[in-house]
Design a protein around this ligand. Sequence first.
Ligand SMILES: [Zn+2]
Length: 60
Amino acid sequence: MVDIIQRCIVCGEDRTVGIAICEQFICQPCEQEMVKTDVLDEKYPFFIRQMKQIWLKKDA
Ligand SMILES: [Zn+2]
């Protein structure tokens, strides 16, 4: 793997480990946080809002 620093769209931090969805980067800590976050968790709407940015950028 090549260490490429990318900005996480969820936390805004520059990181090298994470996943890319539709050319948008989500760091590993955020990805794992999202996976374990329950729909009823207060953080969930935040993740959804951040994720929506991906779709908005994709359509642009
Ligand atoms: Zn992040």
